[in-house]
Design a protein. Structure first.
Length: 120
């Protein structure tokens, strides 16, 4: 009887622990759309790498790169590029985040842009 009580306690504690942070890892874009239309670029050139120390690295087309700090706040990803002086927080909506998919929604030059990433 004592061992079954211990097993129940262990299972209860395991259920209370947080699930792993699905954002951590390497992500590659598979679809990018603006105002609902696919953009004429190679989505695979757009990547995110999120580390477990709240740091990120982002690469995009035309050899654009940035890196810095990030945090998840409610349904938003808040990132700050620390490679450029005077950078401010960029806030994008996280529409979907699970173990293998990430969909972000943002505004770029007054246009709505959506990016779908798959975890590598």
């Amino acid at each position: 009887m004592r061992s079954s009580g211990l097993l129940i306690l262990i299972l209860a504690l395991a259920a209370c622990t947080e699930e792993p942070d699905h954002l951590i890892g390497n992500w590659r874009a598979v679809d990018i759309s603006e105002q609902g239309d696919s953009m004429r670029l190679v989505p695979a050139e757009v990547t995110f790498n999120f580390l477990d120390n709240s740091r990120y690295r982002y690469t995009s087309t035309l050899r654009y790169e940035e890196a810095g700090t990030y945090r998840l706040q409610d349904n938003y990803l808040v990132a700050r590029d620390t490679t450029r002086p005077g950078s401010t927080d960029r806030i994008v909506e996280v529409e979907l985040l699970n173990a293998d998919s990430l969909r972000l929604k943002m505004r770029e030059a007054d246009k709505e842009r959506r990016l779908l990433f798959l975890k590598e």
